[in-house]
Design a protein around this ligand. Sequence first.
Ligand code: ADP
Ligand code: ZN
Length: 647
Amino acid sequence: MTPQSILREVFGYESFRGPQAGIVDHVVNGGDALVLMPTGGGKSLCYQIPAIARQQAGHGVAIVVSPLIALMHDQVGALHEAGVEAAFLNSTLDWDATQDVEFRLQTGAITLLYVAPERLNTPRFLGLLDELHAQRALSLFAIDEAHCVSQWGHDFRPEYRALTVLHERYAGVPRIALTATADALTRADIVERLQLEDARQFVSSFDRPNIRYTIVEKKDATQQLLRFITREHPGDAGIVYCQSRKKVEDIAETLCGHGITALAYHAGLDNAVRQTNQNRFLREDGIVMVATIAFGMGIDKPDVRFVAHLDMPKNIEGYYQETGRAGRDGLPADAWMAYGLQDMVNQRRMIDESPAHEEFRQVMRGKLDALLTLAEGSDCRRVRLLAYFGEAYAAAPGRPKQGAAPWGGSEDTSVPSVGARYFCGNCDNCLNPPAVWDGTDAARKLLSTIYRVQQASGISFGAGHIMDILRGKATEKVAQFGHEGLSTFGIGAAFSELQLRGVLRQLIAMGALAVDAQAFNTLKLTDLSRAVLKGELPVNLRESVSTPTERKPRRDKPGGRATPPAAAALNAAGLARFAALKAWRAEVAREHNLPAYVIFHDATLAAVAERCPRTLEDLGGISGMGAKKLEAYAAAVLRVCAGVDSN
Ligand code: ADP
Ligand code: ZN
């Protein structure tokens, strides 16, 4: 079969997306490829279709290297549903099951085999591969989550380093490495580590137009999160990232206390508990997973409607990767982060205290700074995010025109305070351009206070005390050190504490102020401080937004669940069919021990519900209905629809 007919018949999709066709073509013909494509872009088909095509052409089995043991069962299950012979080998299989897979492998009965890198590197498995290679029965190697090979990535796995063996030991077998994130440094590292110098690179746009980015100032983070979820995402599936295990558990408990079905996930939990929670998140509707970054890689649940960060990630790659788990189905989704001064201080401290050598820490500081600049910025988040990955945001059909201000004015009028020339129309700064104020005066007052205090007392102090002096507050500590006598005492009384915190964050983000983690997070001047003090370096700040951007809640009726975006276009009869189809799908999924979306996506069920099918022909051409699924489920789907319509 041609790739196009495999796409249509096996997967039920009409056409390739973006660069898929070119990638598939290249690999089918035996080329090596490095694929950089955002989450939800459709990476899996880039190796699954070549695997099927090459096996049909007599090239044998494709080996898929993936770090995600806990997800292999579902990945293979999804292929079975589409009628593809797939299997996995990992530590969850018992001896009999392992032998069975190995036997099927040797007899050419498997099209795709998923393995973890640590399994691949065992002598037993390499022996099997040697045999297959000798028989010219290895069709290709797919290296999923390829950024795991790089220490600059955010999920470094030392076992990935050993994958160079593929290239040397199995010469001539095409390799395709895939990742959803890689800045220039990480990309170069992947190429070098996996020796992909001669591979063709396919770099997609990293834009995720359906994700709305919002970064709010942290005040009472838990309350802010609760408001965000109950107003904008009632009943939706989402992920909440926190830094510490303790916080994960506290937040999960708080959410549950407010009637939200929340589960916890972190590396300190028992393996069985983690697996159960992950399975529930994947299999049930509307669960909120509160997690550390240990959760999420490879999670292919398509209808995660929001990703919230209660603590700031380490860098933009982490932020992009984590937020990218929202909205794989292409429907509207939110990336929401609350961040504050403490986040900056914590992240800096973790870098300073890490045992890594200085060169490495320097790179990490640079990466953190880029994220701080994103958070502090008053211009389009998307433009900055994409710029970080070396991409210039460009207008595309269906997107607001470049430079077109979302409030309807033209670029050069009304709101000159917005720095960016480009507007994506789908981030907080584009939707509600923040006012910008000139914080240079406040910054100079703040820096000179730090200088004076240091001069007068010979020691440094933390942010709280400095702000008290600046605002002229007669605290005990002020009295203790006689700081009310300083010439800067009270000179910042006109600024609110919120404003001064903003100034502090901005100065730290700019590098004009340092936080000394070794000395109780005290504030230290830097070389750049001088430039600010002398007025050579302006400090522009976004006005603290006291009321965060609020959208009209998507809730349909008070206390009710929101209509999933996939079903937004349905009328009452269609909604009834959709609900019945979902109930039927849930049963099938339970029987097969698979997540519901592996059986059919919401969008596929919505398309069925809209069409009101009576016959098999009526189901033709619905996206996501491959030949095998049609054969297995058409009768049941027609029966469910008929049952609803006869009522
Ligand atoms: P990634 O691995 O890049 O995050 P997936 O391979 O999981 O993305 O694909 C994301 C979703 O898009 C999946 O549900 C997949 O079935 C769907 N998809 C991929 N390619 C196509 C296509 N050409 N047409 C329609 N849907 C597609
Ligand atoms: Zn924007």
